[in-house]
Design a protein. Structure first.
Length: 167
């Protein structure tokens, strides 16, 4: 079964469905992190995780050649910085259970790196967490190295694991 990587609109129905699948998976892995915390902390974390469509450079789906079934998803966004420069961030990567260990995550990550490089980025950063060991292994294999937690995650997700890939 072949896999192809296709760039799609951020609001593509299949892309939205893959992000909903990711949300469910993250909830299962991390649990209900909001229980008992102040509402302002919950709101700040939700805002930190929110991907504003205007900041999205590109969205890709990995599709099954045989039937256009989505197998994976990833986004590349620019995080505005105070000094005017933008950081390029890999966001919302998911590979379906059925497609894992088939190179889908590597292909999606390669699409992000290629676009960022073509856009003049000097590095790509990302945020993940210890409950996602498969993601950490993928990023490490793709040449990402650990960095300190960066904004907008410091205040509400200080235990995040963050990485960069110099281009």
């Amino acid at each position: 079964m072949g896999v192809r990587i296709e760039e799609v609109a951020v609001d593509d129905e299949r892309a939205r469905a893959m992000r909903a699948l990711l949300d469910a998976e993250l909830h299962a892995r991390y649990g209900p992190v909001e229980a008992g915390e102040p509402a302002e902390v919950t709101d700040a974390r939700r805002e930190a995780l929110r991907v504003h469509p205007d900041d999205v450079v590109a969205t890709w789906l990995a599709l099954d050649d045989a039937g256009d079934q989505p197998l994976g998803h990833v986004m590349l966004r620019r995080l505005p910085r105070e000094e005017g420069a933008a950081e390029w961030e890999l966001k919302r990567l998911i590979v379906t259970d059925a497609a894992r260990r088939r190179g889908v995550g590597r292909a999606l990550t390669a699409a992000v790196l290629e676009r960022a490089r073509a856009g003049g980025a000097r590095r790509v950063i990302l945020q993940t967490g210890a409950p996602q060991p498969e993601s950490i292994a993928l990023y490490t294999a793709a040449g990402f190295t650990p960095i300190p937690v960066y904004e907008p995650y410091i205040a509400t997700m200080g235990g995040s694991l963050c990485f960069e890939r110099l281009l």
